[in-house]
Design a protein around this ligand. Sequence first.
Ligand SMILES: Nc1nc2c(ncn2[C@@H]2O[C@H](COP(=O)(O)OP(=O)(O)O)[C@@H](O)[C@H]2O)c(=O)[nH]1
Ligand SMILES: [Mg+2]
Length: 368
Amino acid sequence: MFDSLKDKLGSFRKDVEETTEEKAEEAEATAEAEAEAEAKADAEAKADADAATEESVDAESDSESDESASSGGGFAQKAKSFAKGEIVIEEQDLEDPLWELEMALLESDVEMSVAQEILDNIREDLVGATRSFNSETADVVEQALHDSLLKVISVGQFDFDQRIAEADKPVTIIFTGVNGVGKTTTIAKLSKYFEERGLSAVLANGDTYRAGANEQIQEHADNLDKKLIAHEQGGDPAAVIYDAVEYADSHDIDVVLGDTAGRLHTDEGLMDQLEKIGRVVGPDMTLFVDEAVAGQDAVQRAKQFNDAAEIDGAILTKADADSQGGAAISIAHVTGKPILFLGTGQGYDHIEKFDPEQLVDRLLGDEE
Ligand SMILES: Nc1nc2c(ncn2[C@@H]2O[C@H](COP(=O)(O)OP(=O)(O)O)[C@@H](O)[C@H]2O)c(=O)[nH]1
Ligand SMILES: [Mg+2]
């Protein structure tokens, strides 16, 4: 998952490390050269003084003055301050590595404004940061990268489990998104997720548009031993979900998972449908589903869906097949709504609660 992005972030750290390493070496060389020059100056001054005071100088006093110069205070003093010394990371040190990082983020399908924000955060953290000669630059850079990624990724995060636990039952969740991204599969996975947390769920097939939709979701319901509420193809999705809420009410079911047809966000009919579901059912949550592999497209769709019918959060499927990670990094910052789950495969257990800290650790290689 996100392997290519992970590699690229690794190169950035190496770039900055190398740049500051070079700078440290230069500073070291300068310090040494200065110390030497000073020692030499001391020696010469001493030799001059010796020569001045002892007019009748012999070979012995010459060698004496050499000795006193090499062990002299000037050099020792410099060496000491150098050992305690620090170098400061300046904006120009970061210019090349940051440019490379920007390219890497854009190549990984991170949205432009999000990439900018990440760079700004890193610049703010690193410019002026001091690094002692002896410490690892890697720690400073890693921290800056960690913090800047976490900041954009964790926008809007809330505790999903807690919100569901505290909500009046039944809780109704509607899933939106374009066709084929994994809405129906995600609903099936979540019904199992809830069961494992002691919550019962009923499925509602609001996708009355697509032929075969009922059969597909019925198969999941059968596999997972869940009740499905469905109407005939062409029926009113709001009516299906309404029936499911009624069913949940009378059967003491905790969660209603409402599927919808995956038509385009630009489709007025779809937006009318969502608006009607909102009016008739008043869902507790609307979750936008898209596939991580769609990258920037997923980010743009999330934004457009959210603008058209406000979402509470997003679910990114097919993260198992995504090496770029751009959508995972960008969606929350662009929409202001958090990613709540990652789909990580076709099996019912292939769903992970989205954890920004864990994603950052993953990207920075602290975890596989
Ligand atoms: N690899 C992978 N495939 C997934 C994931 N989620 C869904 N799929 C597959 O994506 C395809 C479309 O899923 P479906 O739920 O029918 O999408 P929908 O049209 O949005 O309802 C199916 O073949 C799913 O098995 C996932 O997290 N990883
Ligand atoms: Mg579907």
